[in-house]
Design a protein around this ligand. Structure first.
Ligand SMILES: *Cc1c(COP(=O)(O)O)cnc(C)c1O
Ligand code: SF4
Length: 438
């Protein structure tokens, strides 16, 4: 039996009350105060008590996953914010300056605004529909998380940058939209973390999808990091019973319910609480598929991934995606060359059995689609990246191998050039592509 833990969040205003905080030296604390002004900071008592190894800070992977560190901003940006804080400037002035710095951090990567569909002349700001079969929904009440990842590409969702926020209160428009899209088979609730919502709120979005008019929706997915950040969500939270009953109801209706679980490090799979939570979810018939970006200083070693995938399969989860960290926020801290990403994937993949090899990666979520780096090929004594789309705005692009000039320093797709003297990549000649999901 697990103990009943009461959720307690820590942020900039109360982090000094974290019991282990005396382990931090003054420089680490200054970094929290400075970087935490620009990028959102939040952790909780499960993470601080059960996941972080306080003998290993600041390099502990889970500490790095939640706590702002000095190197997460460029030195120039860091010094500017520090100077502003110390100058006694007004809150208003500080806020404007900080927003300017945020705008320099590419707050909305990969042209997500192109994914926002319309219904008649209404723009549906809480929906993204990029790939034909799958609609993303951002319920307004689920736009927070049980803790914030320092690398998160959705960070403007939590920073009060409302003009950049995707979210929607009205379920009606969402249902109306889905009725007009018979090719959509999957709905993915995302955020933020939709499992920060009450079961009651979630039921209002999910139960209507079980009606006959939504027969085309076969799989409902919940994108969540609750298993890693707050597994009590499925065990002892006040409405955890209600949540599991909802899960059972979806499965009984004949649809799939899948948790797209976000795990970054094997430590997150090691506590009794997370193991119990996974078993509980699986007992309802809900599937769990896992994903994570590759992150320097958190999981940049093949052994970490091999261990993570093995543990996941042991616990009855299906490894699904390995992503390249997005080019946003504190990217300089976390980014790895594409070549290194591919090497980590290849080495980890070759260490595990076929049951773990359901995972696909390393994959970049670009404006055009999810691009997988398949490897590096030598052709006529010249090196090239070999790539393919795992997902594309135009489904016809998927699976076609294509080449980019080898570049050992490249960390993201937009730094790559087509091979063999081509001017553009093959899909860039396709001006139909950007509308194909609609
Ligand atoms: C990844 C992603 C999906 C889901 O893709 P699957 O390959 O079906 O898991 C849907 N929409 C967007 C915008 C995505 O980035
Ligand atoms: S749980 Fe997901 S949405 Fe929330 S901060 Fe982490 S990466 Fe971002």
């Amino acid at each position: 039996m697990t103990v009943n833990k009461k959720y307690h969040a820590f942020s900039l205003s109360n982090y000094e009350t974290i019991p282990q905080i005396s382990r931090l030296n003054p420089e680490d604390k200054e970094a929290i105060e400075v970087v935490g002004r620009v990028l959102p900071f939040k952790t909780n008592n499960y993470v601080t008590d059960e996941l972080i190894d306080w003998n290993n800070i600041p390099d502990d992977p889970i500490f790095t996953l939640n706590f702002p560190r000095r190197e997460m901003l460029l030195r120039k940006q860091y010094n500017e914010v520090l100077r502003l804080i110390n100058s006694g400037s007004s809150e208003e002035f500080l806020k404007n300056k900080i927003n300017e710095i945020r705008m320099d951090l590419n707050p909305n990567p990969a042209g997500q605004e192109y994914n926002v569909p319309t219904l008649g002349d209404i723009k549906l700001h809480g929906i993204q529909h990029k790939y034909r079969e799958t609609v993303l929904f951002f319920p307004a009440k689920g736009q927070t998380c049980h803790a914030y990842c320092t690398f998160c590409f959705r960070w403007p969702q939590f920073s009060g940058m409302n003009n950049l926020k995707f979210s929607m209160r009205e379920a009606d428009l969402f249902f109306k939209y889905l009725k007009t899209k018979p090719k959509v088979t999957d709905v993915l609730f995302t955020g933020g973390d939709p499992l920060t919502m009450t079961a009651h709120a979630l039921i209002a979005y999910i139960e209507p999808l079980l009606e006959k008019e939504f027969n085309h929706i076969r799989t409902i997915r919940l994108g969540t990091k609750s298993l890693a950040y707050w597994p009590y969500r499925f065990l002892t939270d006040k409405d955890s019973g209600e949540l599991l009953t909802l899960f059972e109801k979806v499965i009984k209706s004949g649809k799939n319910l899948t948790i797209q679980a976000h795990f970054n490090h094997p430590v997150e799979l090691s506590t009794e609480t997370v193991k119990l939570a996974i078993a509980k979810i699986r007992s309802t018939g809900v599937q769990i598929r896992t994903q994570s970006p590759l992150l320097r200083k958190i999981n940049d070693h093949p052994d970490i991934w091999a261990e993570m995938w093995r543990k996941q399969v042991d616990l009855n989860c299906i490894p699904y995606y390995m992503f390249v960290a997005r080019d946003t926020g504190s990217k300089y801290f976390f980014e790895l060359p594409l070549e290194r990403c591919w090497q980590i994937y290849k080495k980890a993949y070759s260490k595990v059995s076929g049951t773990c090899r359901t995972v696909r990666g390393p994959s970049m979520s670009t404006n055009a689609g999810k691009v997988q780096v398949l490897g590096i090929a030598e052709i006529n004594e010249e090196k090239h990246f070999v790539m393919r789309f795992l997902q594309g705005r135009n489904p016809d692009w998927i699976g076609i191998p294509f080449f980019a000039k080898y570049d050992p320093a490249a960390t993201w797709f937009d730094q790559l050039k087509p091979s063999f003297g081509e001017e553009k990549f093959f899909f860039e000649y396709d001006d139909q592509g950007y509308n194909s999901s609609k």
